[in-house]
Ligand binder design. Structure first.
Ligand SMILES: [Mg+2]
Length: 256
């Protein structure tokens, strides 16, 4: 049995794909929450807001509160407040725009924005891309919410924020300034602020370049699962660069 107090779980490809829970992970997550473990859900997906995630996880019978969701949206809210940003132009879904406005008071406008935020915009239009590129051509800086190129779905991989960012970068010849998702320094600082530093923690995810890298940056143990991007499931418990590998999240949680 392992002594882990803070369990930080990736969602897409780790806990579930779309609305389908992977290998009954919900049962183990509930068991560990009852044992007093702190469970956090760490997603890079900015196509849904916090309220959506609380409802979705509740519907999936997972133990959740507003404070247990960690998304680039929360990192952005902190950052916008800290930097006293008043006006941005957002390529994002309306529920993201609403949450940012509600929690920071920031305006979403193409008239003299201080910066552009490119999110996982499932309501993206050519018009929005044109407006963003016009502003970037004039010198307005842009930030990505996260760097994931694609999102795994039951229909296969779909373009995510990183792919939209690449489209803009190829078009304008200008790179984004930073991003607010795993494994950026902005996300790392945010997690270090909200997750109890005095107790040990583990990050479980399916992506080496986001989940595992983030875990290492915050000094957590790391577990890679084979139910999403990472597929090599030949050797359970095999350690690669100090990362444990399990077939599924459930297989790992059963060891705690
Ligand atoms: Mg994932």
């Amino acid at each position: 049995m392992k002594d882990i107090d803070n369990i930080i779980l990736d969602l897409d490809g780790t806990v579930y794909v779309d609305n389908k829970i992977i290998n009954k992970s919900d049962i183990e997550i509930r068991r560990l929450a009852k044992k007093g473990k702190s469970i956090y859900y760490l997603t890079n997906n900015t196509s849904k807001n916090t309220k959506h995630y609380v409802n979705k996880l509740n519907n999936l019978n997972l133990p959740v509160s507003t404070n247990s969701i960690i998304s680039p949206i929360h990192v952005m809210i902190d950052w916008i407040k800290k930097n006293n940003i008043k006006c941005v132009y957002i390529l994002g879904v309306q529920e993201l725009i609403d949450e940012l406005k509600e929690k920071t008071g920031v305006a979403n406008s193409s008239k003299n924005p201080e910066l552009i935020i490119v999110a996982f915009d499932k309501e993206l239009t050519y018009q929005k891309l044109e407006t963003a590129c016009e502003l970037i051509n004039k010198g307005v800086p842009y930030y990505l919410t996260h760097i994931d190129i694609f999102c795994p779905t039951l229909k296969g991989n779909m373009p995510d924020c990183g792919a939209i960012g690449m489209l803009i970068e190829k078009t304008t010849g200008k790179k984004s300034i930073n991003n607010f998702g795993k494994p950026s320094d902005l996300m790392t600082d945010y997690i270090n602020k909200i997750v109890d530093k005095d107790h040990n923690k583990i990050v479980v995810g399916d992506r080496i370049h986001t989940d595992i890298e983030l875990g290492k940056k915050i000094g957590a143990e790391t577990v890679l699962v084979c139910t999403g991007e990472y597929q090599n499931s030949k050797n359970d418990n095999l350690k690669i660069n100090n990362t444990q590998i399990y077939n599924t999240l459930t297989d790992y949680l059963l060891t705690i």
